[in-house]
Write a protein that binds this ligand. Structure first.
Ligand SMILES: Cc1ncc(COP(=O)(O)O)c(C=O)c1O
Length: 347
């Protein structure tokens, strides 16, 4: 038995900790939504449970794509549904970057792009950030096959301007993937750039703003030629019947969605101000999380102290991030308890 060398050597991605007894924690470590999915989503899923499950689902996820098309203003031929946005990120690499070819992303951002590239045998190049969050050293006529730009940035929470993103797309000969996992919590998105620039692809997830991390749902919006290529690569029945029903119902219930997002944004503002009062440095966030640095810049200490109080947040050992913590925005009550705990823990 001989593994491909890149698979033998790679470490594999380590997702955020999911404890068995999650209900006994205040769980603010994987950017899940503290509110339940829309009641319409639950109804739609339940209505699929039954005899009909013996049949394969619609291979084209038509109902969900049509709903997404209506919401975002695109023909469904510009949309592909995915089993979590991770699936479509993977298929983008498989479609555009061959073995030995280069893909790129900003460091820090979502390190899973690197793992996916390793699996493919593609080369990875990362670009660091300046003090004011400008990616550094991207060549003028950059030839990478794919550039992943996480916007809002995760885990830091800041946003790039649409002007910056358009300029970057124009400097790239390859594809610019704007990973908008958190864009529903921001003021802007790049959907207009998908319309105006050939090489821009936007990816979205239902895991955060639609409270559906457990369903594994995402989508991508791109030119029909790109969508057609991605359709050749994906598993033909990538979305099961329950997921398709959930996706369509979630996108349809915009009233519920908007109320949830508004609550999270409001709590984010409150929590940020409280952290600042405690002496933390907080990057203004456009996501459903904040990146916060304690006064002594000892992220490990505060992580441990919160953990002892059964509050789970995300600490990264990466030296670019180890001074701080990424804290998901939960309910107002959860965030008030977190503020109390942080005050007790002290600087
Ligand atoms: C920036 C970013 N992109 C993509 C994903 C993957 O989302 P999904 O749950 O849809 O696979 C995540 C999940 O945390 C993320 O943070």
């Amino acid at each position: 038995m001989t593994l491909r060398p890149n698979i033998a050597q790679m470490a594999g991605y380590v997702p955020g900790y999911q404890p068995d007894d999650a209900a006994s924690y205040i769980k603010l470590n994987t950017n899940e939504n503290p509110y339940p999915p829309s009641p319409r989503v639950i109804e739609a899923i339940l209505s699929e449970v039954g005899e009909g499950l013996r049949r394969y689902p619609d291979a084209a996820s038509r109902a969900a794509r049509e709903e997404a098309g209506r919401l975002y203003g695109f023909d469904p031929s510009w949309i592909i549904m995915a089993n979590g946005s991770d699936e479509v990120l993977n298929n983008l690499i498989r479609a555009f970057a061959g073995e030995g070819e280069e893909i790129a992303y900003v460091h820090p951002s979502y390190s899973y792009y690197g793992t996916l590239a390793e699996i493919q045998g593609a080369k990875v190049r990362t670009f660091g950030l300046s003090e004011n969050f400008e990616p550094q050293g991207i060549p003028e006529n950059y030839q990478a096959k794919l550039f992943f730009l996480t916007n809002p940035n995760a885990p830091l929470g800041f946003c790039y301007s649409q002007r910056y993103i358009a300029d970057l797309a124009e400097r790239l000969s390859g594809v610019l993937v704007v990973d908008e996992a958190y864009a529903d919590f921001a003021d802007e998105d790049s959907l207009d750039l998908v319309r105006s620039l050939e090489n821009v692809v936007v990816t979205r997830t239902f895991s955060k703003s639609y409270s559906l991390a457990g369903m594994r749902l995402g989508l991508a919006i791109a030119r029909p030629e790109t969508i057609a290529a991605l359709n050749k690569i994906r598993d033909h029945y990538n979305l099961d019947r329950l997921a398709q029903a959930a996706a369509a119902a979630a996108l349809k219930d915009q009233e519920y969605f908007r109320a949830c997002v508004a609550k999270i944004r409001e709590t984010r503002t409150w929590f940020t101000a409280e952290l600042v009062k405690l002496g933390y440095q907080v990057i203004p966030s456009s996501g459903n999380y904040v990146f916060a640095t304690p006064p002594d810049r000892d992220g490990t200490r505060v992580y441990q102290a919160l953990y002892e109080r059964r509050i789970l947040v995300r600490h990264f050992t990466d030296p670019a991030l180890s001074h701080g913590l990424r804290i998901t925005i939960g309910t107002p009550e959860e965030m008030a308890r977190t503020v109390e705990a942080l005050a007790e823990i002290g600087a």
